[in-house]
Every structure is written in C-alpha cells, then in structure tokens.
Ligand binder design. Structure first.
Ligand SMILES: Cc1cc2nc3c(=O)[nH]c(=O)nc-3n(C[C@H](O)[C@H](O)[C@H](O)COP(=O)(O)O)c2cc1C
Length: 232
C-alpha cells in the first residue's frame, strides 16, 4: 500500500502528532501491511502561499497556459501527482489557534487544483478525484474540545479539514484527535495519548483487514484465471 504521510507540527522530537503518526505506521507494519511511504514534512518543504501568478495560472485552461504559468504551477502539479498516486493518506498536525497550522493550509492550497484533484463535470458540478484513498487525520490539541467541553464550539480544525478534503472527493475520513495534551494535568494528558493510541491500533487493524481482503480477492481471481486457462 502506498501511503502519503504528511507531518505539520512545528515541533520535532517533542511533537505528539509526529509521534502518533509514526506509531500508526508502526502498527500497520505489525499488521503485515506492505508499505511504501511517501513522506512530506510541510514545515521543511513548505508549499508557497498563493500568489497572484498562481491564482491566475491555476484557473487558466491547460491548453492556454504560457510557459511561465506552467512553471508557476510545477511544484503544485508535483504535489497533486504524489497525492493522487497514494492509496492512503495520513495527515498529522497540531491545532493552532483553533484551526490548522499555516504550513498545512499552504499544502491544501497547493493540492486543490482544478483539472487534477477535482474536475468540472459537463453538468456544472465539481468532482473530487480522491475517491479511492483511505484518509486518516491525526490531530493533537492542547485543550479538550470533545462534546460537552466548554471549548467544543471552538473546533474550526475538524470542519475545515472535512470541507477541504470533502471537496476533493474524500467522503469518510477518519479522525483521531488527541486531547487535552497541554492545558490539563499530567494524568489527563497521559490518558489522552493512550486513548489516541488505542484508536490508532483499531484504525490500523481495520485498514490491514481491508488490504489483506483485497489481496486475497486478487489471488483468488488470478487462481481462477489460471484454472480457466488450464481447462482450455
Ligand atoms: C502557536 C500555537 C497555537 C496553539 N493553539 C491552540 C488552540 O487554539 N487550541 C488548542 O487546543 N491547543 C492549541 N495549541 C496547543 C497544541 O495544539 C498542542 O500542544 C498540541 O499537542 C501540539 O502538537 P504537537 O506536539 O504535535 O506540536 C497551540 C500551540 C501552539 C504552539
């Protein structure tokens, strides 16, 4: 399985979201999923902010773009290609000021591309192209924003991610939100991390089950073909 793994925390060794995304990939390996990982750290390779040149080039039909426009879009084209090539997407990030880190927003601005990650249908609708990918968002939050908490209504991260990737065709993303990790006592933080790890074990088992079932079905198909050939 080809996984696009994206980290977005400004922290490195101390980062909880980075640790949790690594933990998830380790669980997939334990589940004997054959992984090919395409890794992107958007705090190191940060996609550029939208510029005027980008805004014009991206909405110019492919055949009408100048060489300069193509050059402006080249890095974004490459990011879209990587996204579309993946079978599964793992995005890990902290909550910053109730939403996503700006480096991850820059990534979304780079991969939301007409004609690539979504297309315009003849009846005037847009059709997202990320329909076959499994998608997991791992988020880390300092406060507890779960239902019933006084911060519940402040969660602008979950709806923003759902909207951006829903537009690209991701219908049912999985969320594992570790919270509270900062504005709480040590016991509550430890519990939050343990809860997140337990959820990640479940998601890994679920993904592995699907991957192995698909592999079994392919093997059965191939065996059937071989048997048919032998009978002919
Ligand atoms: C600049 C900044 C802004 C933050 N804003 C919020 C916030 O709005 N809500 C919240 O719950 N936590 C907030 N936090 C706390 C982080 O989300 C929390 O510490 C998280 O665990 C960090 O993840 P990381 O360890 O992967 O970097 C903020 C932290 C930083 C550094």
């Amino acid at each position: 399985m080809k996984i696009m793994h994206v980290d977005a925390s400004a922290k490195r060794e101390r980062s909880n979201s980075r640790a949790l995304s690594r933990y998830f990939l380790e669980r997939l390996c334990e589940e004997r999923v054959d992984l090919e990982v395409d890794y992107l750290d958007v705090t190191v390779d940060t996609p550029p902010h939208v510029t005027e040149a980008f805004a014009i080039a991206t909405y110019t039909p492919t055949g009408e773009r100048t060489a300069a426009m193509n050059a402006t879009l080249a890095a974004s084209d490459a990011l879209c290609k990587r996204l579309l090539a993946a079978d599964a997407l793992v995005f890990a990030m902290p909550m910053y000021n109730w939403s996503m880190p700006s480096a991850f927003k820059a990534y979304i601005d780079s991969v939301t591309r007409t004609g690539l990650t979504y297309v315009n249908s003849e009846d005037g609708h847009t059709v997202g192209q990320l329909v076959r990918q499994k998608v997991l968002f791992i988020t880390s939050r300092g406060a507890d924003l779960r239902a019933g908490s006084p911060y519940e209504s402040m969660d602008a991260l979950t709806p923003a991610l759902k909207a951006a990737f829903g537009f690209l065709g991701v219908a049912e993303p999985t969320f594992v939100d570790a919270q509270p990790l900062q504005f709480a006592n040590p016991e509550a933080r430890a519990e939050a991390l343990e809860r997140a790890r337990t959820e990640l074990v479940e998601v890994a088992a679920n993904w592995a089950k699907q991957v192995h079932a698909t592999a079994d079905a392919l093997t059965a198909d191939t065996n059937n073909e071989v048997m048919t050939l032998c009978q002919e």
